[in-house]
Design a protein around this ligand. Structure first.
Ligand code: ATR
Length: 273
């Protein structure tokens, strides 16, 4: 029987995961089917139960179910444990459900390997303190940046995150207006752009050497990356590479083979145009 995989979310129509995983399966010669499942907001557990009962092997989980998935799982990878949010589920031989979070490792791989931007020894500013940022902090800190500032609209949430990750490295938490100094890498992990807004950080954070990374992606330069360019940033990167790399990490977990991502990334980018 063909192995079944899917992405679950609400909404799900815009998801590029079926296209990405179908391309990965083709490249790596794996016999599998990957679909998108729209799950009612109050129906996550039932939908996952049904999927695995039908013989499903693995799931990607997207908004707004990453915390539901955390509660659903039986076992956790170390990085999912840290993130307390889950974007990948896998049924193990014994029938138990393993949870993983591949967002952070996907983002770091996109920055360091694809974009060839080192994080080690760099001054890093992260904007936001929600699930998206929690999901990427561990892999980011493991790159050994020189220092990390975490700024958020609600300062107490940035402070709480900094405390939770203190054993992995020092994080300075503050509000947007209190960000001071220059940064080599600025990562926007807020959802401000969904509201057409910009995190109001001082323009002096950006230098001619700054790389701006927006976890969001769009067919045009994102509003945040455009702001960084307007302040004189060296380079901007959007979240499309992260999307493809987190998918590749999930695929590796499920199929034990890491697909080459470059061609898939180019195809998805073309599709966005
Ligand atoms: P996600 O899973 O995308 O991280 P989330 O957990 O709801 O979603 O977190 C959203 C993040 O974007 C938070 O850091 C939020 O700031 P608050 O903690 O103060 O709510 C931030 N955010 C959302 N809208 C924003 C806006 N208009 N301006 C600045 N930050 C915003």
């Amino acid at each position: 029987m063909t192995d079944l995989y899917a992405v679950m979310g609400n909404p799900i129509g815009h998801s590029k995961s079926p296209q990405i995983h179908t391309a990965f399966a083709k490249i790596t010669d794996q016999e599998m089917l990957y679909s998108a499942i729209l799950v009612p907001l109050d129906g996550f557990d039932t939908a996952v139960d049904d999927f695995f009962r039908r013989g499903g092997k693995g799931l990607n989980i997207t908004v707004p179910f990453k915390e539901n998935a955390w509660r659903y799982a039986d076992q956790f990878s170390a990085r999912a444990q840290r993130a307390q949010a889950v974007n990948t589920l896998m049924k193990l031989q014994d029938g138990s459900i393993l949870a993983d979070n591949t967002d952070g490792v996907g983002m770091v791989r996109d920055i360091v390997v694809n974009q060839k931007v080192a994080i080690e020894g760099k001054r890093v500013l992260i904007l936001g303190a929600g699930g998206a940022v929690r999901g990427v902090l561990q892999p980011l800190l493991e790159q050994k940046p020189a220092n990390v500032t975490l700024a958020n609209r609600t300062v107490s949430k940035a402070e709480a995150l900094a405390r939770d990750f203190a054993d992995l490295g020092e994080i300075a938490a503050c509000g947007f207006a209190d960000v001071c100094g220059e940064f080599d890498l600025i990562i926007n992990g807020t959802s401000a752009s969904l509201a057409g807004e910009l995190p109001p950080i001082p323009a002096s954070c950006v230098t001619a050497e700054t790389v701006s990374y927006d976890m969001m992606y769009s067919n045009e330069t994102t509003v945040f990356n455009q702001w960084a360019l307007d302040q004189g940033a060296l380079k901007t990167i959007d979240g499309l590479g992260m999307l493809v790399e987190q998918a590749a990490e999930a695929f590796l977990l499920w199929r034990d083979v890491r697909p080459d991502t470059e061609g898939v990334m180019n195809a998805i980018r073309e599709d966005c145009r």
